[in-house]
Design a protein around this ligand. Structure first.
Ligand SMILES: NC(=O)c1ccc[n+]([C@@H]2O[C@H](COP(=O)([O-])OP(=O)(O)OC[C@H]3O[C@@H](n4cnc5c(N)ncnc54)[C@H](OP(=O)(O)O)[C@@H]3O)[C@@H](O)[C@H]2O)c1
Length: 287
């Protein structure tokens, strides 16, 4: 698989998003482990997760534990796999999502993620979502401390606007390596953040790159240009979508979610799909 960079780490150009394996509609554990193993077999070396990817109140970190288990039982080498997790989002167990960006919570969350992942240091730790009750610099400042203490190797942010990206970069003293925002054919309002990441040389990880769980399968019917380009190449509209995202900027590293081996296998082939300038312009214009 072709590679891209997050900070000083080389990662596969397509990562695996872990969320569909742990929230509503999740599969059984055996299928999830098979999905993660299929990703590794396909050359994926970036797995995105979060402590908040769980369903019930008493199982915070369900997805992190699953990933740790799948990595431990993988027959091949996992040394080069970067697990990117997040803190600052919570799921009380009633289906809702809440935020807590306080330094105390982020510290406790990071410690708990470290234990679940069975690591001495988290490869990439991302502040999941700004908390309006906590000054942004305070939340990001906790990442500085965690970096300095060696609890995390790299720091990223998620769901940030351009001003927050600049602020995080300043607070982190240039050690901000990634921004994870929503971006897909359906949701394009993070163009300014993507442009800023390109300018600053910071990795941009589009989340829900295929339109999100429950919508991703229908990508081609909602956006017919993706289906038409896919037909011309004899591949899936989802593969076209990921290749289109990769072509947007060298800092882009999409993290499509999967709960089945087939889907991540297909997504992992996207970096090999070359789209012409004309096709890219057509996909850009498809709304
Ligand atoms: N930072 C944040 O706030 C935030 C928010 C949401 C998500 N995320 C992250 O971003 C990741 C991706 O987002 P997402 O999972 O919400 O949405 P997504 O990647 O747009 O869609 C996920 C769905 O796409 C299907 N899929 C994947 N590859 C496919 C292919 N090649 N062909 C057909 N279907 C395919 C999967 O189906 P199957 O389930 O059938 O395999 C999966 O359920 C998440 O897993 C999570 O790690 C972050």
């Amino acid at each position: 698989m072709r590679t891209r960079r997050i900070g000083d780490v080389e990662v596969s150009a397509i990562g695996l998003g872990g969320m569909p394996m742990s929230i509503e509609g999740r599969p059984d554990e055996a299928r999830s482990v098979a999905t993660i193993h299929a990703a590794l077999d396909a050359g994926v070396t970036l797995i995105d997760t979060a402590d908040a990817y769980h369903l019930y109140a008493g199982e915070v970190g369900h997805n992190e534990s699953l990933i740790a288990k799948a990595l431990a039982s993988y027959a091949g080498d996992t040394d080069r796999v970067l697990v990117a997790t997040k803190g600052g989002h919570l799921r009380p167990g009633d289906g809702s999502w809440t935020v807590d960006g306080s330094p105390q919570h982020l510290r406790e969350a990071c410690e708990a993620s470290l234990k679940r992942l069975g690591m001495e240091s988290i490869g990439l730790y991302q502040f999941h979502r700004p908390d309006p009750r906590v000054p942004y610099a305070e939340s990001v400042g906790t990442l500085v401390e965690l970096l300095d203490e060696g609890k995390i190797r790299m720091a990223g942010i998620s769901n940030a606007d351009p001003q927050q990206i600049r602020q995080a970069k300043e607070v982190l003293g240039g050690r901000l390596v990634s921004v994870q925002n929503q971006f897909s054919p359906r949701f394009r309002s993070s163009e300014p953040e993507l442009d800023l990441c390109t300018e600053l040389g910071i990795a941009f990880l589009p989340w829900s790159p295929l339109g999100g769980i429950g919508r991703a399968g229908d990508l081609g019917s909602g956006f017919t240009a993706f289906a038409e380009v896919a037909k011309a190449h004899g591949c899936s509209p989802q593969r076209v979508c990921l290749a289109w995202l990769l072509a947007k900027s060298p800092v882009v590293v999409p993290i499509p979610g999967a709960s089945r081996p087939e889907t991540i296998r297909d997504s992992a082939t996207a970096p090999d799909l070359e789209l012409s300038a004309e096709e890219l312009a057509r996909l850009d214009a498809a709304r």
